[in-house]
Design a protein around this ligand. Sequence first.
Ligand SMILES: [Mg+2]
Length: 265
Amino acid sequence: MAYEENFQQMSDLKYDCLLFDIDDTLYPFSSGLSTLVTNNIQEYMIQKLGIEEDKVQELCLELYKIYGTTMAGLKAVGYDFDYDDFHRFVHGRLPYTTLKPDPILRNIILSLPFRKVVFTNADKAHAAMIIARLGLEGCFEKIISFETLNPNTKTESPVAATETRAIFDICSKPFEVAFEHVFKMTNINPHKTLFFDDSIRNIQTGKRVGLHTVWVGTSHKDEGVDTALEHIHNIREALPELWEATDDKAEEIRSRQKVAIETIA
Ligand SMILES: [Mg+2]
């Protein structure tokens, strides 16, 4: 009976899961990595896809806006390339060593007794590298990356790939279908989950699918934003209820257990 009651107490918590983006969320935009990623994407478009240099910047942005990511857009408008090759080119050359371990963030994450899941559009190797550089290994129960949501994108041959792929075949943020997949595969209840991301598009989709949203990297609020954080380290100041709620509940559960034990004794 006591166990059932304790379980009920835990299920009464407002949140039971934290869902994190990686890039420009777990580390700040000021690291410069995102700018280098954009440069690398544009370099890939020039070198590997033969797109004219003076058209690249505008096309890169347009595809990102329409198709969610530039990579998805390039594929959708007919360019054929290998996803792994793209990821290696775009992320493989990044100066990861500029990112330093972040023990403050590690302590914050580990001190929160909720489930923690990562949801990134980036590839698995990039996600693992960033998490390792920041010293956040072991902080998350699951890392959802490009490969998790797009498991069947290995190309046997360019011809086969062209024949079998449909436009919009890449599953990624900011599309609702990507969030729904993540909820299903990780058994996440969006109404009990706090979602951290630096992209307003992702935040607004997140809000539409029922998540509580935290826009990271700015102190400004916008439509769909529940909480805005200048830096991920500000979680404690901006969302003290995460700790208070758990402390209160934990205390309540502890005292109920004590009463139950004393009664039985
Ligand atoms: Mg991001």
